[in-house]
Write a protein that binds this ligand. Structure first.
Ligand SMILES: [Zn+2]
Ligand SMILES: [Zn+2]
Length: 147
C-alpha cells in the first residue's frame, strides 16, 4: 500500500467482510507501525493499547486477516513468522544476515510472478517470493569501523 494512503483498518475489515473488533483494529494498527513484526511483538503492542489480550487472540486475528488478504505472513529462514499489512503488491524482502533487519523491495516487474523458473516443469506459476540476504548499512558500518 502506498504510504500516502490513509490506512483505515475498520474500512479494510469491512471491505473483506470481517467484523470490526477492538482486537482486530489494535492488531492492524500495531502492524501498520511495525511492518514485519512477529506475533509476540504484536501481542506486546496490542496489550499496551487494549490492556489484556492473549497471544492466541492475536494469532487468531492474524490468521483471519491473512486469510482475507489484509495481512501477509513471511518467514525468512531462521526467523519466526513475521507479519505485515503491505499485501497484494508482490513485493520482496532484503534480510540482514547479521541483525535480521528486514526491508521491503518493490517488485521489479510490477506484477506476479516477477520471476519465471528456467524450467517450470509444467507448473502454472502464479507468484514468486524472493528473500535477498545480505548485510544492512548499519551492520556494514559497524563491521568496517574499528572497535
Ligand atoms: Zn544488520
Ligand atoms: Zn514487506
Amino acid at each position: 500500500m502506498p504510504s500516502t494512503q490513509v490506512w483505515d483498518a475498520a474500512a479494510a475489515l469491512r471491505k473483506v467482510g470481517l467484523r470490526v473488533t477492538r482486537q482486530r483494529l489494535a492488531v492492524l494498527d500495531a502492524l501498520r507501525d511495525r511492518p514485519h513484526a512477529s506475533a509476540d511483538t504484536l501481542t506486546t503492542v496490542t496489550r499496551e493499547a487494549l490492556g489484556s489480550v492473549s497471544v492466541q487472540a492475536v494469532y487468531d486475528v492474524l490468521a483471519a486477516c491473512a486469510e482475507h488478504g489484509l495481512v501477509r505472513r513471511i518467514q525468512p529462514a531462521g526467523s519466526p513468522a513475521l507479519f505485515e499489512a503491505r499485501t497484494q503488491d508482490n513485493h520482496h524482502h532484503l534480510v540482514c544476515v547479521s541483525c535480521a533487519k528486514i526491508a521491503d523491495v518493490d517488485c521489479v516487474s510490477g506484477e506476479a510472478p516477477c520471476l519465471i523458473p528456467d524450467d517450470a516443469q509444467g507448473f502454472a506459476v502464479s507468484a514468486a517470493e524472493v528473500v535477498f540476504w545480505g548485510t544492512c548499512p548499519d551492520c556494514a558500518t559497524a563491521a568496517a569501523s574499528p572497535q
